[in-house]
Unconditional design. Structure first.
Length: 135
């Protein structure tokens, strides 16, 4: 993938993970360019199929495009940062992210966005005034 595409993805995302909104500047590990629709499912390496993802969200998402809504038990499509508006699917409750929709809930669960270590780090950074939740 060329440097211009990589830069365009980072710029469009505001250098935040497009799933958990964690800033790349505060991350221990480099962020990844996630294929929203994985290449193995026919997804292209084009701007309309790439999202900036922290290493955790990228790892837990893998090639998945769907998961189970924990409230209904139904299989639903995951949040798609190229088609969906983040704030319509998620809301912050202090350092925890909650899904507002079936896609939001399934994404939070599958990507383990509220795993204990992530919530603890966000809480510490919020208390230090370094991290502000946005969306």
């Amino acid at each position: 993938m060329d440097k211009a595409t990589q830069q365009a993805v980072r710029d469009r995302a505001g250098r935040r993970c497009e799933y958990c909104y964690f800033p790349e500047s505060l991350a221990e590990l480099p962020f990844h360019l996630d294929h929203v629709i994985a290449q193995q499912h026919g997804g292209a390496s084009t701007l309309d199929n790439l999202a900036l993802a922290c290493c955790y969200c990228n790892r837990y998402k893998g090639p998945n495009v769907a998961s189970i809504d924990p409230h209904t038990g139904e299989v639903v499509a995951l949040f798609n940062p190229r088609r969906h508006i983040w704030r319509e699917h998620f809301v912050w409750q202090r350092a925890r992210l909650s899904g507002l929709t079936d896609a939001g809930r399934a994404t939070v669960q599958l990507l383990q966005i509220n795993r204990n270590d992530a919530v603890a780090v966000r809480q510490l950074l919020m208390e230090a005034g370094i991290f502000a939740v946005i969306g």
